[in-house]
Design a binder for this molecule. Sequence first.
Ligand code: SGN
Ligand code: CA
Length: 519
Amino acid sequence: MSKKRKIQSILFLWSAWSMFAYSHVQEGTQQRPNIIFIMSDDHAEQAISAYGHPVSQIAPTPQIDRIAENGAIFLNNYCGNSICGPSRAAVLTGKHSHKNGFMRNGNKGFDGSQQTLSKILQKNGYETAVIGKWHLISKPTGFDHWEILNDQGDYYNPYFITEQDTVRHMGYVTDLITNMTKAWLDGRDNNKPFFLMMHHKAAHRNWVPAERHYKLYESTSFPVPENYFDNYEGRYAASKQEMNIYKDMYEGHDLKMVAGVDSDSLLYDPWPHAFLETMTPSEQNTFFAAYRDRNNDFYTTARTERERAIWKYQRYMQDYMATVKSLDESVGEILDYLKATGLDKNTIVIYTSDQGFYLGEHGWFDKRFMYEESFGMPLLMSYPQYIKPGTKVEGLTQNIDFAPTLLDMCHIEIPDDMQGVSFKKLVENNKTPRDWRKSLYYHYYEFPGFHSVRAHYGVKMKRYKLMHFYKEDIWELYDLKNDPTEMNNIYGKMGAKKVTKKLKNELRHLREQYEVDED
Ligand code: SGN
Ligand code: CA
């Protein structure tokens, strides 16, 4: 070997070895990622433009979409129980409702003595915080800092509770939460990785926009869903709900059809509208001024029942999407903050909502049902170290998977009793492995309750979904390929026998696997 070749080989071996050694050091002492978990409330996938639904193309969310552009969008992510407290409890514990004990909103507080994601991260050296909506009727545990809204919280000038006190903060709730989050990031311990949960109140009922957005969509006409005037044929529980936009929404509180003719008149002033009481007099005036002309128009123009129902849909969507605009701005601010501080390189950013929501499909607002719109849960996630920009995750994922996935990404052992599984490999390789789960379990308990949605459990597979309204022993079966809007219950119909048997078997397996012993 010539001298030159010899030197070249030595150089090659040396650089190969050092690369190997470097990757080993990386593996062993890898810098642990920070986590920002942003969860809004009742934010439907239909209202996030990265998901491509027509509604969101008219009122896009470019800032939230940045997370999908930099990382991954989950196309089949679902919750296990489509309601606020239970979804939050599932996120924290990695367990379904019957295991973490928080099955319905408001029956008793979350048992904070149990194992949670925040406690495990804290034990492993993370600085932890939760800011915004909590709604678990308990004091947060496993957080170094918490600053939470009282119950549902108010849109204007809400109270926040901390370990020390309860303080009213003047301002718009989404902006306040964003500012508190940035203040916490500014003052955190730079020697520790952090886990920060930023939980927005928006876009929850009664959808009061920030002053700067009152008029944003006032002339926008949103596409009315094809099944807005659904007659619920063949679907017993759907026919019994109380979450219809044109029948059950409060004209005052929800639709803001207040103070119609002039500023002093209470002639057209449907009650309740208690949300106005948390506003200052000047904020109330700005609110009335923004809505008066449109309300006058409603009260002075003759309309058929059908036209009134569509007017209400438009008012609902205009306000809902205007509250989403503030969420989008908030996410933009946080992403800009991470970039400006260089934290973006080593921070996992998640955007999700506690569940999905109806934007007029079946004539509805609210959630609770296992139908796609509310069972679905938006999920966007970026982390430059593992996730390639533009990743699209097709596999079935669920909120019980969030805790194990984050532990996995932080190189922390996942406790055996967590029921969810890590989906790290789905995002890492932009591919769903063959042995990934083929079905999801769902269970909603809260009946009797708000909106009168009957208790049910069910199973979803790629193409079919089976639901059991067990108190009435009524079944529903949908072929999502041919009937994506779930209008045609094929349970007991010709040709459905084989698939019914398959799904009932799958449901039995899931209930065994998750150790569901009572309903
Ligand atoms: C409130 C709302 C309901 C909503 C529940 C649960 N009514 O009770 O419409 O379903 O919260 O929402 S309201 O008139 O008080 O706004 S959740 O997101 O917290 O689960
Ligand atoms: Ca919610």
